[in-house]
Design a protein around this ligand. Structure first.
Ligand SMILES: Nc1ncnc2c1ncn2[C@@H]1O[C@H](COP(=O)(O)OP(=O)(O)OP(=O)(O)O)[C@@H](O)[C@H]1O
Length: 677
């Protein structure tokens, strides 16, 4: 890649060394283009204000003449204040700067200066943050979200210099036929007005273009990745009678939604078009059995299936569950993960190739180049949002065109799903299996609250089991592990009469499996765990979950965790422990107490934090800034959707010159989609 294009890595920029590259990467900025599209989340207004218009607490720039010499007072340590008086349009006000002693020499009596700070009405004081260069007054200063590794001013300067240098190389990615009728700004104009607007109105108008563009590019990428949609797939001529007979052997009756979903899947796999279906249903609603019936149907036609899950623990769990579900059938099932020993792996690969194995369960190790199938007809991808749309493409790259069923317990509001995925079909499991009692959720503020012990004792007395999820306090896995171990020790001491087990991400897959198997067999009764149990673990006698530091988790994650209990007709409980200081975190916990409905929670989650996760957004530092909000900017989203339809209808492979920039953009940034976490 030529050094000068906006697709080059940030390391090509002047004065961007290894450390800065790392800091930028931490913000999700890898290429020059990312830097240019790293937008401010707010602006500071540096235009001079009139004192009369200010109210207490306003942030403002005041300009005036210095009338007293600055006096520096030290309070010990590095703390100090610098005070002087300023004449602002004949009103004498007090100015104070904290901990910036070096400003003393810059402030001279009689000098005209502009200061940005916070206005305190009661004592006519301005608590200064900085002195403004006179040339800058009248501007809006962009504020970017950043981390400790890169300073605001340094990031700002880097963006400004980069924009200046690359301005001439900017091309319009959105094709003219779309851009012009919608009066969208050119790329260069939009970036300029977002990073360095003259006033808020200008920034607002530019934001509109940016929102449209963001949606347009997102939807274009999806469309492009799925360009082989509606292609011929593998037809599965399953045996309906055998399937019906098998369903009769199940220990429970399928819910109406489950039946409907099975019918939809069976219809799709029999059709000559490749299935692309999303199965969504709340945690514990019984998605796995629906998938299993699809697998069984394929097996009746002597065709193979693959089940892909996000973690090895989950793969092992599914393997155990499905093995027992299919124990009286002739289905051959294999587990294939990166932990599978070499010799065994070789054997499995051989049997997959010759078609002996009907179902293989594993992590993304399943789409390694050396894995070959005889007749792969159905791929089930569990937890869609973790894998994204890309597995589909990875399979296609292997020359396979199987039917694909994605499963998710984190539902996407329907209107949004249709807008985003367009042609994906959705099956929804609406009701819980019969006899389930809603989980009762309680919230306590302190980890020492006696309610926690009472709840644990009560459940143990009734021969039930307990999950304890330990805090996610640090970025560092080591510290998280230490916390888990501490809590483990506490529980071991408190409950000597039962076996307490500890499960964490650092363990080897076999060790994790063993611990879960023991817990499922009721050998251990309390399982202390980090969030590795978040998805899919299914132990019916576990009826209590304690989640420490619950305020650190997102709403959908809490709901996923809670979904590990309440998986039978027993009454289950979830105790959230946490004392959040910020309102959003409080709101989340309140919502958890109020609602057991994953759909309701997902909608609220979206409102609380923007659709970040749903959109598979790139996390950027601590604050996750995205221009568009699919709920608030729905109109732009619809417009973008029709624009993408228009472009791809006439040029599905983006071969026309008019779509050349878009095509190049999608190719150059394609690696953003290929990370599997
Ligand atoms: N119709 C039903 N009646 C009774 N029990 C059922 C029914 N369907 C599924 N189950 C049982 O409910 C439990 C949860 O089902 P399953 O694991 O399929 O849920 P899930 O939707 O995959 O949940 P998660 O998203 O939490 O993994 C399992 O133990 C399963 O055997």
């Amino acid at each position: 890649m030529s050094e000068n294009t906006i697709f080059a890595p940030v390391s090509v920029l002047p004065r961007v060394g290894e450390k800065k590259v790392e800091a930028l990467n931490g913000l999700g900025i890898k290429k020059v283009i990312d830097l240019l599209y790293y937008f401010p989340y707010r602006y500071e207004d540096l235009s001079k204000q009139n004192i009369e218009n200010l109210v207490d607490g306003d942030k403002a720039v005041l300009q005036g003449q210095v009338v007293t010499s600055p006096v520096l007072s030290r309070f010990g340590g590095k703390r100090n204040s610098l005070r002087f008086k300023l004449d602002v349009e004949n009103l004498i006000i007090n100015v104070v700067f904290f901990n910036q002693p070096y400003l003393r020499d810059k402030i001279l009596i009689g000098q005209e200066i502009a200061i940005y700070g916070k206005w305190e009405q009661s004592n006519l004081s301005l608590v200064g943050s900085k002195i403004i260069d006179q040339a800058k007054t009248g501007q809006l200063e962009p504020i970017y979200s950043t981390t400790a590794s890169i300073k605001q001013w340094s990031l700002r300067k880097l963006i400004k210099d980069t924009f200046t240098n690359y301005q001439k190389d900017l091309v319009n990615i959105v094709p003219e036929e779309i851009r012009l009728p919608l009066h969208l700004m050119s790329e260069a104009e939009m970036l300029k007005k977002i990073h360095f607007p003259v006033n808020y109105e200008e920034a607002q108008v530019a934001r509109k273009s940016a929102v449209f563009e963001e949606f347009f590019l997102y939807l274009s990428r999806l469309r492009w990745l799925n360009k082989d949609e509606d292609q011929e797939g593998v037809e599965v001529n399953y045996d309906l009678n055998k399937l019906k007979k098998f369903i009769e052997t199940l220990p429970f009756e399928l819910t109406d939604s489950q039946k409907k979903a099975v019918n939809e899947i069976c219809y799709d796999i029999k059709s000559p078009l490749a299935m692309n279906r999303l199965l969504q249903g709340d945690v514990g609603s019984g998605k796995t059995i629906v998938a299993a019936l699809g697998i069984y149907a394929a097996a009746t036609a002597k065709m193979q299936s693959a089940l892909m899950v996000p973690t090895e623990v989950l793969a092992a769990q599914h393997y155990d569950n499905l093995k027992s579900l299919f124990k009286d059938t002739s289905l051959e099932i294999a587990l294939l993960t990166s932990a599978t020993p070499k010799a065994q792996r070789k054997n499995i690969l051989e049997r997959l190739k010759t078609g002996v194995i009907d179902l293989v369960i594993g992590t993304h190790a399943l789409i390694q180049p050396d894995v070959e199938f005889k007749n792969l007809s159905l791929v089930i991808i569990d937890e869609q949002h973790r894998f994204g749309v890309n597995q589909r493409r990875a399979l296609r790259v292997k020359g396979l065109m199987p039917n694909i069923l994605s499963m998710t317990a984190t539902p996407i509001p329907r209107t949004l799903a249709i807008t985003i995925y367009g042609s994906i079909k959705i099956s929804t499991i609406k009701e819980m299996p019969r006899g389930r009692l809603p989980i009762k959720t309680l919230w306590v503020k302190s980890p020492d609250d006696p309610l926690i012990d009472r709840a644990v004792q009560y459940e143990l007395k009734n021969d039930h089991q307990v999950y304890v999820v330990t805090p996610l306090v640090a970025e560092s896995e080591k510290i998280d592990l230490r916390n888990a171990e501490e809590i483990y020790d506490q529980y071991v001491k408190k409950y000597p009469e039962v076996e307490v087990a500890l499960l964490h991400g650092k363990m080897k897959a076999e060790a994790k499996e063993q611990i879960l198997t023991d817990f499922a067999a009721q050998k251990s009764r309390i399982l202390i765990s980090t969030t590795v149990i978040e998805v899919g673990v299914d132990v019916k006698a576990a009826t209590l979950m304690i989640i420490y530091d619950a305020n650190r988790f997102g709403l959908s994650q809490l709901h996923q965790l809670r979904g590990r209990v309440g998986r039978s007709s027993l009454q289950s409980y979830c105790v959230l422990v946490g004392n959040p200081t910020n309102d959003i975190a409080k709101k989340r916990l309140e919502l958890m107490v109020k609602s057991n409905d994953g759909f309701v929670l997902a909608e609220n989650d979206l409102k609380l934090r923007g659709a970040g996760e749903v959109f598979g957004s790139r996390q950027s530092g601590e604050i996750n800034f995205k221009v568009g909000d699919p709920l608030e900017d729905q109109k732009a989203l619809q417009l973008a959707r029709s624009a993408v339809d228009q472009v791809f209808k006439s040029d599905p492979l983006l071969e026309n010159e008019a779509n050349g920039n878009l095509h190049q953009f999608l190719i150059e940034t394609k690696d953003y989609d290929e990370t599997i976490d």
